[in-house]
Design a protein around this ligand. Sequence first.
Ligand code: T1G
Length: 688
Amino acid sequence: MSVSMRQEADTGFVEIDNPPVNAIGHAVREGLLKAVKWAEEAKLARVIVTGKGRAFAAGADAREFDSAPKEPHLPDVLNAIDESPVPWIAAIDGVALGGGAEIAMACRMRIISPKSQIGLPEVTLGVLPGAGGTQRLPRLVGLARALDIITTGKPLTAQKALEAGLVHQVADDPMQAALGTGAEALQRIVPTWTLPAPDADEGAFEAARKAVAKKQANQTAPLKVIELIRDTLAEPFHQALLAERTAFLELRNGAQSKALRHMFFAERAAKAPAWLTAEPVSLKHVAVVGGGTMGAGIAYALLNAGLTVTILETDAQGAERAIANVEKIISASLKRGLINDARAADHRSRFAASSDYSTAADATLAIEAAYESMEVKVDVIGKLEAALPKDAILATNTSYLDINEIAAAASDPARVVGLHFFAPAHIMKLLEIVRGDHSSDTSLATGFALAKLLRKIPVLAGVCDGFIGNRILARYREAADTVLMDGATPWDVDKAMVGFGYAMGPYEAQDLSGLDIAHANRRRQDATRDANRRYIPIADRMVELGRLGKKTGAGWYLYPETGGKAEDAAVAELAVAAAKSAGLTRTAYSQQEIERRLVLAMINEAADILDEGIAQSAADIDLVTVSGYGFPRWRGGLMHYADSLGAGNIVEALEGLALEDAVAWKVSPLLKRCAENGGLLADYVPTR
Ligand code: T1G
């Protein structure tokens, strides 16, 4: 079934039925076109169109974007609705997105339920509304608002849609409200396509361009939207539709849309692997050890998911600090309107903090987010094991420490698993589920069940130094420090990576997280570091000088009291002095060369991570790099981007760099195999 039709007296009822979210695939387009003809032949007075289930329609079926478009094309179907002598009413009770919103705009009238949302998120898939949205929306809501809605892709709430003039009515029961709308009232509303287009307004176009440049730099679709609307505003409707179609198809076939669609589907495929059939433990009461920034963030994420949470601390003061930290997040969420007072009260009613572990005696999961020291974590595991039920899962949020060593502190290491959250834990979507040598399937299944409950993106990771994300980050930073030593400045590097698409470069990012964290990790690795591997001491020197980043007012940049950040010649001098004492001759690096080296370093490290089975798939690495480390989403993640470069080209470039440093640039065997057999990283399934 895709579209059903039935008639009662002079009213036709058309229902889109394509679970789970009524994506508008070929069958739905055919069904809608058939319904238009049916209603006209039956000389109906009106048609009420609805979506079955939780959506009105979620938009065109993005899975069809990789194949040749099949008639009837959605713009033609919607023109048939818009131009039909039988007026249609869209009764929206759920989401009406993309093509779903375009169906609604082609209807004579739109009635929406209070909780529904309506919008044109096409740019999030790297395309633009391709079924009349760029022409009908400006006619309904005006130019400036239409530009904002389409370029941002953000859906409108029912109330906002009413205020904008996108819908005619908000009703608890849109169907009843539609039935109450007589034919004569409908006839008074003119077909959308006949509405006059708004006047051109250069100010609106300029404002839209500025907003896109600020928030969506490097992305082609939003700019194309502005250009298309500007170029077609004065054109006759149907002629403008032709230009819209051309622009849509051009974007749909482009690299950015392919990358964004890859991310969209990869996020939805991030679930427990098929072999993991074990049942998770029931999740009601969760203990969080440590009420610092991470612990409080994790606790809030758990509260937000409706769980009962006890933060366990070392003493009463710690417990009070934990409460204050969680309260800070609750107030921030209240201030931002993310929760209301009732919700905040409900969160508080399910939250406690204590230094007495027996207060979590019925917790089925504990997540330790204690100080990043093996001694502390081993002690915590012991206390948890003593206090919680025997089958409670004991999870560690450690970023770098060896999960197996932590698990060894438990009498039953099968209960121990890594749940690596990313700060701020109640906002960042990524959750690395780290599988220790003894982690039971139940503990892994519990990790995936928790991710689903918290609406996070779970990625299974094997045990190695830094798991997936931090291991790639460490290599990224090493490559950055190397070009810093050999001739660049931190700001050269940061500019290069912002140009590549990161929101900020590696040095500014370090200033935010603090240079002491990576410093502690380097010291931890001193004993096992490869003596033949080049070591860059500049970051150590920074820490010795107390330049720990923003928190100390100075790191790679200066952070004046007045705010902002400033380049600091003293830091550039440090790099020059370090090179001099190492007897190196520094060279100048172009932005392009800096970007090339840093991205190749990450690709090479990630290929080894995949080859070693630390990651289960290239798509998982894409999810980690985009959702946890700021890799530009519109490039599809690190591995998708690598495949777009081609393994052969990557191997050739790495071999060139290996002539400079055979250790740091040792070419990943997986990349070599892909280069030899023409395979894609995306298709590689680890054998380990
Ligand atoms: N195409 C294909 N599959 C889709 C889909 C779509 N547009 N939207 C969702 N799905 C699948 C999804 O992959 C998942 O599959 C299942 O539905 C549930 O989705 C012509 C060209 C609607 C807010 O960008 O934002 O219209 O994993 O897990 O959290 O101008 O899905 O079960 O196999 O996300 O409740 C524009 C995309 C398309 C909206 C529901 N539309 N979808 O969220 O469920 S382009 C969009 C969403 C377009 C026109 C243009 C969300 C949702 P599986 P889910 P959810």
